[in-house]
Design a protein around this ligand. Structure first.
Ligand code: HEM
Length: 164
């Protein structure tokens, strides 16, 4: 069934309504300081009538057969449309980061960059991120670059999610 905009959606969320719902899929990750890996992912974007989306993502590291090996990264936060075509994102991670992102919405595509990354004293050195989300033939595709552990901004993750 085609996705329909909920009747109680706040008007400010219409430009990002294509994110709404639960998504499931797989991704790959890499970085110069670690071994490449595969993961399974579940993502949910929800609304309650107010002008923000609640975002929740959880992952499982997978083996070569695609079987879950262990729980992976989790993150949760709030996507807040601001002025025309712009969004703010507040994100928290169990690995000790709290982030403020700003982004632009261009049709079914959002590009985001961190403004501020705060980290706890025991967290690894991660200092900045860039993300792109896009709807491509009904699938939610994304790429996530980061600067961490003394490395320049570069790819850490890319994934493809289908509506669950
Ligand atoms: C789909 C989500 C993600 C998955 C599956 C994932 C997976 C991994 C894996 C398997 C490693 C290797 C070492 C380890 O297990 O700790 C790693 C390292 C790392 N990841 Fe991620 N990650 C994800 C998202 C993120 C996000 C959102 C951030 C930043 C907020 C991040 C920052 C890092 C950092 C800083 C390292 C350490 C690199 C190093 O030790 O040199 N990751 N990630």
């Amino acid at each position: 069934m085609a996705f329909q905009i909920p009747s109680d959606l706040h008007p400010e969320l219409v430009p990002v309504a294509w994110l709404l719902g639960t998504w499931h899929g797989n991704g790959r990750g890499d970085y110069p300081t670690i071994e490449a890996f595969g993961y399974e992912q579940e993502v949910a974007f929800a609304h309650d009538g107010r002008p923000f989306l609640h975002y929740f993502s959880r992952t499982w590291i997978t083996d070569e057969a695609g079987e879950r090996v262990r729980p992976g990264a989790l993150e949760t936060g709030f996507l807040r449309p601001s002025e025309e075509g712009r969004v703010e994102l507040v994100l928290a991670h169990p690995t000790g980061y709290a982030e403020i992102w700003y982004g632009e919405v261009d049709g079914a595509r959002i590009t985001l960059a961190t403004d501020v990354v705060a980290r706890t004293v025991t967290a690894k050195e991660y200092t900045a991120g860039q993300r792109m989300y896009g709807l491509v033939e009904g699938a939610l595709m994304y790429a996530h670059d980061m600067a961490a552990e003394g490395q320049p901004m570069q790819s850490h993750l890319w994934g493809k999610l289908e509506r669950a």
